[in-house]
Design a protein around this ligand. Structure first.
Ligand code: 5AD
Length: 343
């Protein structure tokens, strides 16, 4: 297995059957080492922090895995107003953050772009040295264009699955597999730095499905890739399904770093939620981004995508300095730069 890792490291790719072997093996001891070497070659020991502001937990979609799905009547819904968003960003900037991520469900209130454009515009003028990332789901080409013109720099939209069959086992038929991929191509065409990704160990997911995800991303060439373990949520149809494992998530992170040497790869909140050392191990296996949540505390409690989601107080100076210590004891440091992709 170590031979496959070496070849992936030196050529940047493997055949499907070899990737399958590697994904399914538990003997690739050298993977983290090679992934870390590649990450350090391009990004040194920098870890980029992104301040996550969860602006709305309303969602018109009904994804079977997600805790803020429309049909979850026990989810408490909220939407941050203009002042709450600006206030979170102001605190975040004081703590040294250089990117704000406006994330939310597909809130019908936002279908008119005006509020979002105003937020983006005012964030950019108040914090001109910061990047604005959006993570607000599927929208029209025209809407993505207006948000870009208002000043947005990046967009996160996990493709969730590049396999049609699996996609429709995770999402109701009212959603569109084609449109999701089209959105990613539209975002790229409009000049956004784009993030794709998927959950690891989602119900029904096979190794072949994961290989399709990798092939899709090789075609798309996203600047960012977000993967994290699937974690069941009690108020969803997948409540009794098994969650994704730490081991498989780490193995995939290492593999992704070798296939996409320059990509921005977060050690996700979900990874940190299944293990206290999940994010540390992620950083040591190719990850170079962490996204602390800087939403107001009551919002953080309500934005529950899965059980036991980490909600510790990273909006405080203390929270960020705990995170900084975590990063430093893993052998890295918090970058001062905005952290754009070098692709
Ligand atoms: N477990 C892990 N990740 C989840 N997401 C949504 N629900 C869950 C869950 N139960 C992920 C999806 C989505 C992102 C915002 O969070 O991949 O794109």
């Amino acid at each position: 297995m170590n031979e496959l890792v070496e070849r992936l490291y030196s050529t940047g790719d493997l055949a499907d059957d070899e990737l399958k072997q590697l994904i399914e093996s538990d003997t690739a001891e050298n993977l983290a080492e090679y992934a870390d070497e590649v990450r350090q070659k391009y990004y040194g020991k920098n870890v980029f922090l992104r301040g996550l502001i969860e602006i709305s937990s309303y969602c018109k979609n009904d994804c079977y895995y997600c805790g803020i799905r429309r049909s979850n009547k026990s989810a408490e819904r909220y939407r941050l107003d203009y002042h709450a968003v600006m206030h979170s960003a102001k605190i975040g900037r004081k703590l040294g953050l250089r990117t704000f991520v406006l994330q939310g469900g597909e809130d019908a209130t936002f279908s008119n772009d005006n509020y979002l454009c105003m937020l983006i515009h005012d964030l950019k003028s108040n914090f001109p040295d910061c990047a604005i990332t959006l993570s607000l789901g599927e929208r029209s080409y025209e809407s993505y264009k207006r948000l870009k013109e208002a000043g947005a720099d990046r967009y996160l939209l996990r493709h969730e699955s590049a396999d049609r069959e699996l996609y429709y086992r995770l999402h109701p038929h009212g959603m569109s597999f084609e449109n999701r991929k089209q959105c990613l191509y539209n975002l790229k065409e409009l000049g956004y730095q784009v993030g794709a990704g998927f959950m690891v160990g989602a119900p029904y997911q096979t190794t072949e499905n994961i290989i399709s995800d990798i092939r899709f991303m090789q075609e798309l060439q996203p600047q960012m890739i977000g993967i994290g373990p699937f974690i069941p949520h009690n108020d969803t149809p997948f409540r009794d399904e098994k969650g994704g494992t730490l081991e498989l998530t780490l193995r995939l992170l290492g593999i992704l770093r070798l296939i996409f040497p320059k990509v921005l790869l977060p050690a996700t909140t979900a990874l940190g939620s299944i293990s206290p050392i999940g994010r540390t191990l992620g950083l040591q296996t190719g990850c170079n981004v962490i996204m602390p949540n800087i939403s107001p505390e009551d919002a953080r409690k309500k934005y529950m995508l899965y059980n036991n989601k980490l909600i510790s107080g990273s909006e405080t100076a203390e929270g960020i300095s705990i995170l900084q210590k975590e990063i430093e004891s893993a052998g890295y440091f918090v970058a001062k730069e905005r952290g754009d992709c070098i692709i």
